[in-house]
Ligand binder design. Structure first.
Ligand SMILES: [Zn+2]
Length: 345
């Protein structure tokens, strides 16, 4: 009787175990057969009706059966764990062939690109970079640069004054006060660039109330105008074209003596004449000169021992020439259709 029951149960278990794939099903199987009220416990109860002489053998058979079911259970548990792990791995799998979500990328502004490029060229010649304040006092912006009060040169630059007296505190009109600040901090040899924003109350196609300049200053023993031209020659070759040449024209700035305007041979037409160079073959790019003795003395540098040159380059001017932009306001309007063209630079 009991033997037959075992046989039936064994067949039932063999069949059931085929379909068990989850922890829940496994739990139910345990409850049904191995639990306190399970089928095996039920069989154990049947032992009461087994005749005395068969009790020992039947007990053994029943125990072996229970051991076998336990083994089956352990084997199933192992398989279910593996299946669950596999399921989880599948659910968490990363599809590396899936196309990426493309986010819009920003780019550098053409003025920043040009400025960086200019700094790189001069850094290659050993220049340091100094950035002075945009708010200046009269002393740094004018007086110590040899532009005395009532000097007519003050009318050359339309100044934004910030102080009520309309003369002491102002927005710097050029990066040249950076020269004074550097010479106050450091004694020669000096080789420094001062890039930054400058401000003038001026606005038309080629002027903007705010624009950026890059000042260059070299002070050492025996510095001449030839050193300035040699260095600028190298600069324009690297910025524009290997075949570009420079030309100096006499000019006037209160802080340099002699002062020069620097032209480059037109890199568009090679000097034959075109609309970019207004058919002259030359393009004006910057101003500079030998630092005025008075400016050196104003900073406590002995002008009988040291000399220097300085130059100021309009960064927008270089960007306009380099990228063929004919209106300065294009550089300040930040029209995305324009800026996107510089994204890859
Ligand atoms: Zn030309």
């Amino acid at each position: 009787m009991l033997k037959d029951q075992i046989k039936v149960l064994q067949e039932q278990i063999e069949q059931e175990r085929q379909s068990i794939t989850s922890k829940e099903e496994l739990g139910a199987f345990w409850q049904k057969h191995l639990g306190k009220a399970g089928s095996i416990a039920e069989l154990m109860k049947g032992m009461r009706d087994v005749p005395k002489e068969e009790k020992k053998t039947m007990g053994q058979v029943l125990n072996e059966f229970k051991g076998m079911v336990n083994e089956r259970y352990e084997a199933m548990k192992k398989r279910v764990d593996e299946l669950e792990l596999e399921k989880r791995n599948q659910a968490e799998a990363v599809d590396i062939t899936m196309p990426a979500r493309i986010r819009p990328m920003g780019g550098l502004h053409p003025i920043t690109i040009t400025r960086n490029e200019m700094v790189n060229v001069f850094a290659g010649m050993g220049f340091d970079v100094f950035e002075g304040p945009e708010t200046e006092d009269d002393d740094h912006n004018f007086t110590r640069l040899n532009v005395q009060k009532n000097h007519p040169a003050r009318d050359m630059q339309d100044t934004f004054y910030l102080s009520p007296d309309m003369e002491s505190i102002l927005l710097r009109t050029h990066t040249s006060p950076g020269q004074i600040r550097v010479m106050d901090m450091k004694k020669p040899p000096i080789k420094v660039l001062v890039p930054g924003n400058v401000f003038r109350s001026d606005s038309d196609a080629t002027h903007s109330p705010m624009f950026s300049q890059m000042e260059g200053l070299v002070v050492d023993k025996g510095i001449t105008l030839c050193d300035l031209q040699g260095m600028l020659d190298q600069f324009v070759k690297e910025m524009f074209d290997e075949n570009v040449r420079t030309r100096l024209r006499p000019s006037y700035f209160p802080f340099t003596e002699p002062s020069v305007e620097v032209d480059v041979s037109c890199f568009e037409c090679g000097g034959k004449g075109c609309s970019l160079c207004k058919h002259t073959g030359w393009i004006e790019v910057l101003g500079g000169g030998v630092v005025h003795r008075q400016v050196l003395e104003n900073c406590g540098i002995d002008s009988s021992v040291y000399s220097g040159f300085a130059f100021g380059i309009g960064i927008e001017r270089i960007a306009m020439l380099k990228y063929g932009i004919n209106n300065m306001s294009v550089l300040f309007k930040n029209d995305l259709r324009v800026l996107k063209q510089f994204q890859s630079l």
